[in-house]
Write a protein that binds this ligand. Sequence first.
Ligand code: SAH
Length: 397
Amino acid sequence: MDLTRPDGDGQPGEDTPRSTPPPAQASELAIGFGPPPRRGRAAVPQHLADLDPAGRRELAAAAGEREFRAGQVAGHYFARLADDPGDWTDIPAGSRQRLADALTPRLMTRERSLLADHGTTVKDVWRLTDGALVESVLMRYPGRDTVCVSSQAGCGMNCPFCATGQAGLTRNLSAAEIVEQVVAAARSVARGQLPGGPGRLDNVVFMGMGEPLANYRALVHAVRVLITPAPDGLGLSRRHVTVSTVGLVPAIDRLAGEGLGVRLALSLHAPDDELRDELIPVNTRWKVDEALDAARRYFEATGRRVSIEYALIRDMNDQVRRADLLARKLKARGGPGWVHVNPIPLNPTPGSKWTASDPAVQDAFVATLLRQGIATTVRDTRGREIDGACGQLAAQV
Ligand code: SAH
């Protein structure tokens, strides 16, 4: 991921074996929404960010504490970003650690932190309680701070141009493991750890490792927590949360009905099935037209302009005729305003035969879309040299 202009208009599961299921199977899993996370409940402790306020109160009571303490702890966690129980001065000293252990157990440890772009891009590699690794990337832009988070350890979608896809799926993240990545970024921003001084985290994009809609329940819960006002949630603007998907059609429709109002990005990368079948294996299950129809329905249900992500790959998908076809398919589904295209130069991944388009070819592609009246913004690419750019996250330590 790279990222992300705001108008680029985003269970712990069973221990899924370390393998890459064929796309059809992956997508079936994705929309089965079967029993949620909590795989390996033993391995991934429950955390207040997995629960609603009532559940948090129960957890406090189970730890032998007064129920209302849960609300105080949530306030420290979400509103003050205070992770040291020693700072929770409105709670009796003797209860702080017990509440911290019960409600905010450590879910991840920073394994590595890599800087790029003069310190304005920070990639963190996190080790989860069961040893799985995930990455998040924090980016400071003029006037806004964005974090790109992972929804799964690895990914089962198997897209051949994406580094995460090459390693297969390790497991789904719990809601709290997702939220923790955002809270950690919010802390870094609030504590002035980026050049330019303290600020407030603005944007969250689900463009890190994993397919967010294949971890549906945890994703939706995490998003709710992110947009719930403090002190029960992080209080981010729903318009500043973007969920990016390969195009799991039933899950897009389900998300549209959640009333979350977050932005949707569809990773299209090709306007024709012949090519998209190769680039996005799940396209064999849900075709280009079905994915675009779902994107349009998402716009109709939410009023949020949808982003079409399009990694420009030299001599693969970057022809003017494909830009034309894309423009026609988007226009066929509605006038200006429902959709926005984000071309992004491919970030080459190790061993890949593909590379980014020639700049002149990229310009011609963009010009073709613009000429047809399609809003188009080339995404800026961040953190390439630390493998922190879109599609480069592989969690190799
Ligand atoms: N699974 C989700 C989110 C993760 S990837 C999805 O596919 O949308 C976030 C974005 O990075 C997607 O648009 C994805 O297609 C893109 N991407 C993956 N590999 C890339 C690469 N090597 N170069 C540029 N973008 C890439």
